[in-house]
Design a binder for this molecule. Structure first.
Ligand SMILES: [Zn+2]
Length: 170
């Protein structure tokens, strides 16, 4: 960092402080040659990941777009907004964690589906039906069968439970 007074390149940092929750750092420096003090700012450059779409076109990653897809999958589901936000945060962290500048849209879809599968089977199937490729239709049908069976078992259990409470054997 050049001294603005004498253009000497050597200075020492005499004070350093985080601004805006660590998004940038302000440093007070003292020129080692002329002794003048000056201030520098350092900030993290935001990374823009490019998403490679199915047709090969690239577009900037958008959290808003990711959120829209996930929120649509959770329409009328009992999942809390805070949980959905956390799920989106986790997917986003995985998109950015390896520092790659490009990611396949398909890969993002897989990251979301992994999370949804654990969080809510209905949201998972809704999302998968939009994002999965044609070749994966069998996988989707298996998932739906599983879900239908789960629901049926749940209903049967409730039915048996209700019948027992009324003192009638099922
Ligand atoms: Zn200087």
């Amino acid at each position: 960092m050049k001294c603005p007074f004498c253009h000497n390149r050597e200075s020492k940092v005499i004070d350093s402080r985080d601004l805006r929750e660590g998004e940038s750092i302000r440093r007070r420096r003292e020129c080692l040659k002329c002794g003048h003090r000056f201030t520098t700012y350092e900030r993290v450059e935001p990374i823009n990941v490019l998403v490679i779409k199915k047709d090969g076109n690239r577009e900037e990653y958008s959290r808003e777009k990711l959120s829209r897809g996930v929120l649509t999958a959770f329409t009328k589901r009992p999942t809390q907004a805070a949980q959905i936000k956390q799920l989106i945060d986790e997917v986003e962290a995985e998109i950015f964690q390896n520092g790659e500048l490009e990611i396949l849209s398909r890969r993002i879809g897989e990251l979301v589906m992994n999370k949804l599968q654990a969080a809510d089977p209905v949201a998972y199937i809704r999302f998968a039906s939009v994002y999965r490729e044609f070749a994966d239709l069998d996988v989707m049908r298996n998932e739906m069968d599983k879900l239908v069976n789960q629901e049926r078992e749940k209903r049967e259990k409730q039915h048996i439970h209700a019948a027992l409470q009324e003192g009638i054997s099922p």
